[in-house]
Design a protein around this ligand. Structure first.
Ligand code: SDX
Length: 392
């Protein structure tokens, strides 16, 4: 009771929503996309097919998948004018800062042609976003390393196209390794959607006002960048590199348990999972496969595995129910493929765009949806009269 309002114990948040896209059981470590378990999708499906599933509710037929993939492929180019937008950034700008700016700027190119009340225009905007994110992400990388932009190619798959735009240079064609394409595609699938996480809730809240989807996705990118959320993949690999060797793990475990130390084990813990994040299981297996197939012997992977074992057997982590999450192992794979840590969250945003777009579509196409308006519990002073400055 703040003297002004009496707290109503029945007060409940209006921030929750109904959604049929993704189901999570945090205690059992279950993650389903439209009913399909994430490990089956990651091992047997593809990011394009999972994108279709999230957007449309059912797995596509062969022809439906071909048509969808062709549509996405044919939207991968960006307006040439957009390329000048990058030149305004410093070369050492964080790629996530570039992503926030450039994706938001897509509004300036497509805002007028996106009537969000028209299902067909919503579909086109959705396809544009999913298609252009790899191009925009690859351009952010190229700009940061001072290399020329590489145009998309329609003869390549979604994921191979992204890798080619990222790593190909005029002087030398990028050799597209199926092992790398498969690992990257799995990583995209594992990041596609995750119920009402902070960035998805941001996209929904922004979209509920009727803002155009390009601006809403830019808002989601901004939110994802935080180290407590999508920024954790970059922070986790930086942490593993700082630990460096297995003998230094106990020092960091002790710091993570110390209430007076703000340090947390990056890539560990979750708002919902109080069991193993099923995505982390697939990610660890993928990391092992990729390192073996690429012949990469990264001592950081050994540090990660040992850290996981020590933490999982530590009473503090057991009592707090802290397990590795999707961000713990992803950096090991991305680093083996050749990405700098600054690009890790960009890749998370690239993949999560399909989840954001699917969630936005689900919300905006609900005739009953209203503008989001979370309420608060007021904790400020009771009403009082103004005092002129000479009497203060
Ligand atoms: C993602 O929501 C989603 O779905 C997000 C995501 C998605 O796909 O969209 O899954 C992606 O964001 C994964 C999370 C990535 N973030 C990190 O890995 C950063 C490190 N993790 C923590 O910052 C933390 O675990 C959070 C932010 C993820 C969750 O924080 P909470 O809500 O405080 O965790 P909790 O309530 O379960 O914590 C219980 C206790 C707390 O201690 P007490 O207050 O009870 O004393 O465990 C502690 C926390 O302080 N704790 C940790 C810890 N995580 C929580 N202690 C040490 N190291 C950690 N990593």
């Amino acid at each position: 009771n703040t003297g002004m309002f009496t707290y109503d114990p029945g007060f409940t948040s209006t921030a929750s929503c109904d959604s049929g896209l993704t189901y999570i059981d945090g205690d059992k470590g279950i993650l389903l996309h439209r009913g399909y378990p994430i490990d089956q999708l990651a091992e047997q499906s593809s990011f394009m097919e999972v994108s279709y599933l999230l957007l449309n509710g059912e797995l596509p037929s062969k022809k439906e998948l071909e048509d969808f993939t062709r549509t996405i492929t044919r939207h991968t180019m960006v307006h040439e004018q957009l390329t000048t937008f990058y030149r305004g950034f410093r070369r050492d700008a964080h790629p996530m800062a570039i992503m926030c700016g450039v994706v938001g700027a897509l509004s300036a190119f497509y805002h007028d042609s996106t009537d969000i009340n028209d299902p067909e225009q919503r579909k086109i905007a959705s396809h544009r976003l999913i298609a252009k994110m790899p191009t925009i992400a690859a351009m952010a990388y190229k700009y940061s390393v001072g290399q020329p932009f590489v145009y998309p190619r329609n003869d390549l798959s979604y994921t191979a196209n992204f890798l080619n735009m990222t790593f190909s240079v005029p002087a030398e064609e990028y050799v597209i390794d199926p092992v790398v394409v498969d690992a990257m595609d799995k990583i995209f699938t594992l990041h596609a959607d995750h119920e009402q996480n902070a960035s998805t809730s941001t996209v929904r809240l922004a979209g509920s006002s009727g803002a155009n989807p390009f601006a809403c996705i830019a808002a989601g990118i901004a939110c994802l960048w935080g180290p407590a959320h999508g920024g954790a993949n970059e922070a986790a690999l930086n942490m593993l590199r700082e630990i460096g060797t297995v003998d230094r793990i106990p020092e960091y475990i002790a710091r993570a348990k110390n209430k007076d130390d703000p340090f947390r084990l990056m890539g560990f813990g979750h708002r919902v999972y109080k069991n193993y994040d099923p995505r982390a299981t697939v990610m660890q297996k993928t990391a092992k496969d990729v390192l073996e197939k690429l012949g990469v012997n990264d001592p950081i992977f050994d540090v990660a595995k040992e850290l996981e074992q020590i933490a999982l057997n530590d009473p503090y982590f057991i009592e707090k129910k802290l397990y590795p999450n999707v961000d713990f192992y992803s950096g090991v794979i991305l680093s083996a493929i050749g990405f700098p840590t600054e690009m890790f969250t960009v890749l998370f945003a690239l993949a999560r765009t399909v989840g954001w777009v699917a969630q936005w579509n689900e919300m905006i196409s609900d005739p009953a949806q209203k503008i989001g308006r979370p309420r608060q519990l007021y904790t400020g002073p009771a009403q009082r009269d103004y005092v002129p400055v000479e009497k203060r």
